[in-house]
Design a protein around this ligand. Structure first.
Ligand SMILES: [Zn+2]
Length: 395
């Protein structure tokens, strides 16, 4: 039975439904129907992820209900699966979908709109508003928490700040990885670092995020683009996406190799030859790669204006200790990049344009596709390092 307060119509791109919804909205008489959803739930106790049938709540004034098409399976979710938690949790933070229902104060999307659902919130204000994390009540009455959004589900409910409109007709499968992998990796290069043509970059980690960083470096004309990984197959993929040089860190010291590839005439104040990249990105977040990016960034001739930057992109799990003299004597920058300093409404159209003209080869970045019921297999493959690029779920 329809409950007054939300949209009643449901399903597809029926223009009549959308028109009726808009009329209803303009009158602020909203009729909602319960939205059944199949959701992957990570139990509070250790154990396999379960697929549960739930009824999504009616959207609050600032929430949107979205039917999802596909979602990425991001490496950072492994930390949540293995980390301590106080309740069941729901995961997934990048997806494509179609708006089904909107809350009364939502005006940037309407039912029937194609959207990305991404953990990187849109910017609104001033004053900026902090988005509210989705919380789901399960059939057994227990509550499952999210870190903002959940997209390992065939329908989701999200704060409107996590929902970005995309043009009708946009592909809805591989584009889901724009929501995290692309915005994080490409954004680190173009937004956080602001890499320009001719500047040198080293990218540690040729997984989903690293490949997106490599692709962005190629788009802006960086040279050389040095990819570092432990897996020869991933390095081969990195070359296809724009890496000009690759370093297999199981065979050589990556910092030494990067310095060999990037010599500069001159010596630093300690008498060492000057070499290294303008920008070194750690797209892994491991203790070792986080330490390596600073020495991989170029040292400098005393008095020169050149400065290099080490950028943390992958999520570090422990304290970072750096060679303080390296930082000081070479006036290096060490910075973080969270979500690629992205503004989704500005950046998503750009990445869709790159995708359309072949500069962002999402089709070859997405190497495996799973059904929602196969989520445990997807997570296991990710854990074993079997997934090149990114795996996605399709609903
Ligand atoms: Zn992610």
């Amino acid at each position: 039975m329809a409950r007054v307060g939300v949209f009643s119509e449901r399903g597809g791109n029926d223009p009549g439904r959308i028109a009726r919804s808009r009329v209803a909205r303009s009158a602020r008489i909203l009729y909602f129907m319960p939205t059944p959803a199949r959701v992957a739930v990570v139990p509070e106790e250790a154990g396999l992820i379960r697929i549960e049938d739930v009824i999504l709540p009616d959207p609050a004034p600032d929430q949107v209900v979205v039917k999802l098409f596909s979602s990425g399976v991001c490496h950072s979710q492994l930390h949540e699966i293995h980390g301590p938690r106080a309740s069941d949790i729901v995961l997934g933070h990048e997806a494509t979908g179609e708006v089904v229902e909107i809350g009364s104060s939502v005006d940037h999307v309407a039912p029937g709109d194609r959207v990305l659902v991404t953990w990187i919130p849109r910017t609104v204000g001033p004053p900026p508003r902090v988005p509210k994390a989705a919380v789901l009540t399960l059939a057994n009455g227990r509550v499952a928490a999210s870190q903002g959004i959940f997209t390992w589900a065939d329908h989701t409910i999200a704060d409107e700040l996590y929902v970005v409109k995309i043009p009708d007709g946009t592909r809805t499968d591989v584009t889901c990885i724009i929501g995290c992998a692309v915005m994080t990796g490409s954004g680190a290069v173009i937004n956080t670092a602001g890499v320009r043509a001719g500047q040198s970059v080293a990218i540690f980690g040729a997984g989903g995020v690293g490949l997106c960083a490599i692709a962005a470096a190629r788009v802006v004309g960086a040279n050389p683009i040095i990819a570092v990984d432990l897996d020869e197959a991933k390095l081969e993929t990195a070359r296809r996406h724009g890496a000009t040089d690759t370093v297999d860190a199981t065979r050589v010291d990556p910092v030494e190799r990067i310095r060999e590839l990037t010599p500069v005439d001159g010596f630093d104040m300690m008498g060492q030859p000057v070499a290294g990249v303008d920008f070194a990105f750690d797209c892994i977040g491991a203790a070792e790669t986080a330490r390596q990016i600073l020495p991989a960034a170029r040292n400098k001739i005393l008095g020169s204006d050149e400065r290099s930057t080490a950028v943390l992109v992958g999520i570090p799990r422990e304290a970072l200790s750096v060679e303080a003299l390296d930082l000081l004597a070479h006036e290096k920058h060490l910075t973080g990049s969270i979500g690629g300093s992205s503004k989704p409404e500005r950046d998503v159209p750009l990445y869709l344009e790159w995708f359309a003209r072949g500069d962002l080869d999402l089709d070859s970045m997405v190497t495996r596709r799973y059904a929602l019921d196969e989520i445990n297999g997807a997570v296991a493959a990710l854990e074993k390092g079997e997934i090149e690029g990114r795996a996605i779920l399709e609903f």
